[in-house]
Design a protein around this ligand. Structure first.
Ligand SMILES: Nc1ncnc2c1ncn2[C@@H]1O[C@H](COP(=O)(O)OP(=O)(O)O)[C@@H](O)[C@H]1O
Ligand SMILES: [Mg+2]
Length: 365
């Protein structure tokens, strides 16, 4: 069990900066997600935390101790690169006891420890079987078991479910999370899959081009994206952005979307300039009373909900509405947005302009 602090961690490869001055804290027992698109610096960050990659600058503290200059083997972290890295001809029990015996633990004690962990994982009846004959799920459990028996301070996992097909991946994600809740060990998990991060994480760091865009719990990140990038990267379909040709003046209390005025509960005291509105697909509703109109150009049925693609005067947006709402392609729709949930971004930087208590409100048009 461990608290992990990362301070101003930075990595340059020659003239290329893979990770810019990252700072975040992982609390003891948290399931922590490093999320971002491929190439954004997740693996490099995790490897520096584990001691497998030398940082250009910055510090890593585990339980208050500066481990920046300690080797990987001295940090007491179990790194699960790839869950299938097992010895296929050896039995489940031998695969799991291997790390203990190589540390010099007496056989009887190792056997007891393996049995205890095998029970947690539900594989106690397979201990004598060779790994080779096991199902994918059981192999995954053995690989985890081999990491768990060592009782490391923390588990690091780099896209562990990446190679699995969608259905099995979802199943293993649920199982990993349940397992974490049982053993409570600090876990740092790297993924490029926003659904996986939202589903499993207590906390999420969203990275892009080596920079931390946002740090928070899944709901904060979904409801209050700190940047346009986060709004777009999290959620499916992505947050919609309306780049209307207007700007706000310092002290504005409303913005104009076409001839539709949207009030803002608090004035934008700190900012004047071009802005972009952000609205989640499920926060768009249809109302004949709204003067803000768009044309439905595609309707995708998804069971309970449907995704309606709409051409508005300010670009194409996607709405998620109940399938009980009758919509036909080609139809003109009056649109309203949920007032509480609107985001407003500075156009050039993509930075969010409204805090949780300072959200834009859209009128009914
Ligand atoms: N050893 C290396 N030498 C040079 N560039 C590297 C090295 N390792 C990673 N990079 C670069 O650093 C960036 C971040 O890589 P990585 O941390 O693996 O990203 P991610 O895990 O988010 O996909 C990428 O552009 C990658 O090409
Ligand atoms: Mg990676």
């Amino acid at each position: 069990m461990a608290q992990i602090k990362v301070k101003n961690l930075r990595k340059e490869f020659g003239s290329f900066t893979a990770v810019e001055s990252s700072t975040f804290t992982i609390e003891d027992g948290e399931f922590f997600m490093l999320l971002g698109p491929s190439g954004c610096g997740k693996t490099t960050t995790l490897r520096m935390m584990a001691g497998l990659e030398l940082p250009t600058s910055g510090e890593i503290h585990i339980d208050g101790e500066d481990v920046s200059n300690k080797r990987a083997s001295e940090r007491d972290i179990a790194f699960v690169f790839q869950m299938f890295a097992l010895y296929p001809h050896m039995s489940v029990g031998k695969n799991m006891s291997y790390p203990l015996l190589s540390q010099g633990m007496p056989r009887a004690q190792a056997r007891e420890k393996v049995l205890e962990v095998a029970r947690i994982l539900g594989i106690e009846h397979s201990l004598k079987k060779p790994v080779r004959g096991l199902s994918g799920g059981d192999r995954q459990r053995v690989a985890l078991g081999r990491a768990i028996v060592r009782e490391p301070k923390a588990f690091f996992m780099d896209e562990p479910l990446g190679a699995l097909d969608a259905e099995f991946r979802e199943h293993m994600a649920t199982e990993l999370r349940a397992l974490h809740d049982r053993i409570g060990a600090t876990t740092v998990y790297v993924t490029h899959d926003q659904m996986e991060a939202m589903q499993m994480g207590d906390k999420i760091v969203v990275m892009n081009h080596g920079v931390i865009e946002q740090f928070g719990d899944p709901q904060q990140i979904y409801d209050w994206p700190a940047t346009k990038f986060v709004g777009e990267f999290i959620g499916s379909p992505a947050m919609n952005f309306l780049d209307f040709h207007g700007s706000v003046a310092r002290g504005s209390t409303s913005v104009l979307l076409g001839d539709c005025e949207m009030s803002i509960p608090e004035s934008l005291d700190e900012y004047s300039g071009a802005v972009t509105l952000g609205v989640r697909p499920e926060h768009i509703h249809f109302s004949d009373h709204s003067s803000y109109r768009g044309e439905a150009i595609a309707v995708e049925y998804l069971g309970t909900t449907q995704i309606i693609t709409i051409q508005t005067p300010h670009g194409i947006i996607k709405a998620r509405v109940s399938s009980e709402v009758a919509v036909n392609s080609g139809e003109t729709l009056g649109l309203t947005f949920d007032a509480r949930t609107l985001s407003l971004f500075e156009r050039t930087s993509g930075r969010a302009l409204l805090s949780e208590t300072n959200k834009a409100v859209i009128g009914n048009g």
